[in-house]
Design a protein around this ligand. Sequence first.
Ligand SMILES: [Ca+2]
Length: 219
Amino acid sequence: MQGLWRATPYTVGFTLSDGESKTISGTTAFAPVYPDGSPGMLTVDLANQAQYVDLGGGTSGGDDLSGTMTLTYDATYLKVRATIHDDVHSPAADALNLWSADSIQFAFASGLPAPGGAYSEFGAALLGSGPALYQFSPVGGSVAGGQVSVVRDEARRTTVYSVQIPWAAAGLSPGDPYFSYSFLVNDSDGSGRKGFIQWGAGIGASKESAKYLPVQRMP
Ligand SMILES: [Ca+2]
C-alpha cells in the first residue's frame, strides 16, 4: 500500500504552441475509497501519512497525538472513522466551537480540488454533553440524517470517532467517481488548540477547497 493515501507534490512542465514554457505544481494523492466493509478498505496512519501543524502549543509525538483514519461509503453515507491516541482529552464547550479543542474536522468538495470550489465541512467531538456533530459549511448547523459516535477510553488514552454523513449533505452524489477530501484532528491539552494533524489541507489554517486532495470511489 506504499504511496496510497499519501500527499505527493508534483511539478509538470509543458510548452505552449507559441513556444512559451509553463510549469504547474501542486499536491495530489492516489486515495481509493472502498465500500464500507470491503476487504480493500485502507487505513491512513496519521503519524506517517499526515502533517502536524504546530500552532504554538509545542511539538506532537506519538503519545501526544497520533492515530488512524478511514474513509468508506455505502449507498446512503460517507463514513469517517478515526481512532486517535491523545494523552489528554480536553473538549470545547459547545459544538459551534468544537474546532478549538479536541475534535476532528473533515470536508468534501465535488470533482478535483479547484480554486473557489464549493465545499461541505463538518466537525465531530466528544463534548461534556456527549458526542456532537456539526456542519460548518456551506451552512452552519446540525447535519440532517447524520450520525455520530465518539467514545473515549481513558485507560488507553484513545478517542474513537465514527461519523456517517449522507452523500447529499456532503454535496456529493453516490455515483461520483471521484471527489475532494480533507481531514484533520485538533488537539488541546487544556489550554486551547495547540495544533492539528491534517491529511490534505484547506480546513485548519485557511478555508480553501483547492488544498483538499482527490479521492477515487472504488466500486
Ligand atoms: Ca488532547
